[in-house]
Write a protein that binds this ligand. Sequence first.
Ligand code: URA
Length: 445
Amino acid sequence: MLLLVRMEIPQEIIAIKRDGGCLSRAQIEQFVAGVVSGDFKDYQASALLMAIVLKGMTPEETAWLTDAMMRSGRIVELPEITRPKVDKHSTGGVGDKVSLILAPLAASVGLCVPMMSGRGLGHTGGTLDKLEAIPGFQVDLSDAAYRAQLASIHQAMIGQSADMVPADRKLYALRDVTATVESIPLICASILSKKLAEGIDALVLDVKCGRGAFMKTETEARALAESLVRISAGVGKPTTAVLTRMDQPLGNAVGNALEVIESIDSLKGEGPEDLMAVTFELVAEMLCLGGLCEGRAEAQQRMEAAIESGAALAAFRDLVAAQGGDPLVVDDYGLLPKSEQVFDLCYEGAEATYITRIDALLVGESARLLGAGRSHADAVIDLAVGLVFVKQAGDRVEPGDVLCQVHYNAEDLLSPALERLRKAIFYSSKAVVIADIIIDRISES
Ligand code: URA
């Protein structure tokens, strides 16, 4: 018997959401297929996206949207990999170089990390840009090379190929220019459709909240984390979200080559406390979800041993060499792009004081103005420039102390960057206690 399914015209689907109704699975699949084929025109997709921002989606609709987007292109399967395949995703922040430390560390303690990452946009940095600061490092691998690398060194860090999740590529570009990024169902479907297409067994999410994050409040971040965990776990992927603070930049360095240096220092056992706390927390969750550790204490012991023995650093060397980069950067930071000039921003007050906070959003903007980040997707970035904080929130500073080293190449970019940077640092005559960077862990109940 021939079953006829009536296709609705796009405006019928848009009207349902505009009026606060729920879309069926078939309607959502028609929308996603139409976006990829062009049957749903950009103006129609934008109208539906805005209706979703304003009226929301139920958990079922969000799960159907995620699934339809994931299936809009090639889905990777990695049956030949016998290690637990666990990836991490961060909702993004300033100075967030965790992936560069996490992938080799996780590989050195028994996991396989098939990581597909993105580029930086706006005030946040991107993993692919940081990796490209390493001379020769290739982030585009053929499918065969990617699989061979995962089988031999148990980690790869690449960009998503054009045939994967094409629906997200189109929808994200539209959201970016139609003020429709800020929607939990849309963010959730965008993130998970990409991660679930990677062929992973389990997923750990770093959901950031605060001034330098997408989600400014803990309430919003928690709602996003709960939605991400519900949907990912609902399709059979054990998932944990870690809520972390992004009020201050993570670690001391912001800027691509500078963050590579801080990542290598961290793998040598010299990482800043906040950066290592987040990295250890996420890798510990990966080890537990992957079934390699019983609990946090065992995971911590294994991670510390891998750093102390040099196994994690060796895994980073392997990663760099496997993807065409020069592994000598590990011992010679002079091989990385270096700015022509360094300006020391000093504390200009007359009395000793305390730094109460360093605003991550303003710091991210300052680094972007120097050329470290993009204001639009096609912008060319300067891999050498950025900031290295010598003082952090909570530190006491004396008149004349260096607060931050500004690495720059263009004189005309220095003063707008300094203007943001000066505004980013807040002081008080009283000592302050800095809140724990890890707020909470959210997993299936
Ligand atoms: N990151 C993504 O990949 N998608 C979003 O919508 C937001 C952040």
